[in-house]
Structures are given as C-alpha cells and as structure tokens.
Design a protein around this ligand. Structure first.
Ligand code: RB5
Length: 149
C-alpha cells in the first residue's frame, strides 16, 4: 500500500517497545508514523501522552492515531476527552475493524499487558484496513459527537 496518511503514535512507559514495533510496522505498509514518544523508560502519566496524540488527530495534522498503555484503557479515556476523538480499546481484530466501519473511530488504543506483539500488529492492520460505512452509522456517530460539550 502507498499512502501519505499520517498516524499519531504515543504511549506511556509500559508500552514503549510495542509502540516502536507498531511504528516500524505501519511505516513498512506505507503509512507515515508520527511517533511522539516517550522514548525513555521512566514512569510517566498516560493522560499526558493520550491527549497529545489525540490533539494531533483532532487538529487534522494526523488522520488516525494509535495509543498504548498497560491495559489500553486509561490512555483511551484520556484521548476521548478531546473534542472530535473517537477512540476504542481493542484486544481482538473483529472489534478493531468494526470500530472504524460502524463507529468511525479515528484512534485505536492497545494494552501491552493484554495482547501479545503478534496480535497487536494484526489488530493494527484490521483497524487501518477498514473504512467507515456511513449510512445509518453516520447518524449514530453524529449523535456521539453531539454528546461532547
Ligand atoms: C501503568 O502502570 C498503568 O496504570 C497504565 O499503563 C495503564 O494500564 C492505565 O490504564
């Protein structure tokens, strides 16, 4: 695949290695990885990193985002606080495709303590290879976005 599409990547300290593996993986598929770290293993705070990647997506600088922490849950909650972000945590490939097809998710969250490296890359591929179906789902996505004050 050839694409100029940019994907924002961030994590907390727990998931640096998997995040870097995902960056290399998506680059090999033709995506531009905008990896904003962190790169050193000191303990850090996932809300800071989740919101930073989410702002890149919300601003249009990046088309999609992939974020990681231990469970994928905390960093997803932080990203979803940013207006315009629809982020789901996935530990299976079916959900990763469906959050784009039906929910028009623009960010994917992964838990490094939940999924192994191989499954994580498959989940990333399922997310990136799916596209929004629109139609009745567009109405529902608009309803989600309207909830954001
Ligand atoms: C950090 O130990 C851990 O709490 C974090 O990575 C994440 O799992 C939070 O949701």
């Amino acid at each position: 695949m050839t694409t100029n599409k940019r994907i924002a990547l961030s994590s907390d300290h727990a998931a640096i290695e998997l995040r870097q593996a995902i960056a290399a993986h998506i680059k090999s598929k033709g995506w531009v990885a905008v990896d904003i770290g962190p790169t050193t293993p000191e303990s850090t705070h996932y809300p800071k990193h989740g919101q930073a990647a989410a702002r890149l997506v919300a601003s249009g600088d990046c088309q999609l985002g992939i974020i990681l922490c231990g469970t994928g849950q905390g960093i997803m909650m932080a990203a979803n606080k940013i207006k315009g972000i629809r982020c789901g945590t996935c530990s299976d490939t079916y959900s990763a495709g469906m959050i784009r097809q039906h929910n028009d998710a623009n960010m994917l969250s992964l838990g490094v303590r939940v999924v192994g490296d191989g499954l994580a890359l498959d989940i990333v591929d399922a997310f990136l290879n799916a596209s929004f179906e629109g139609g009745r789902h567009a109405t529902r996505v608009q309803m989600i976005d309207a909830l954001q004050a």
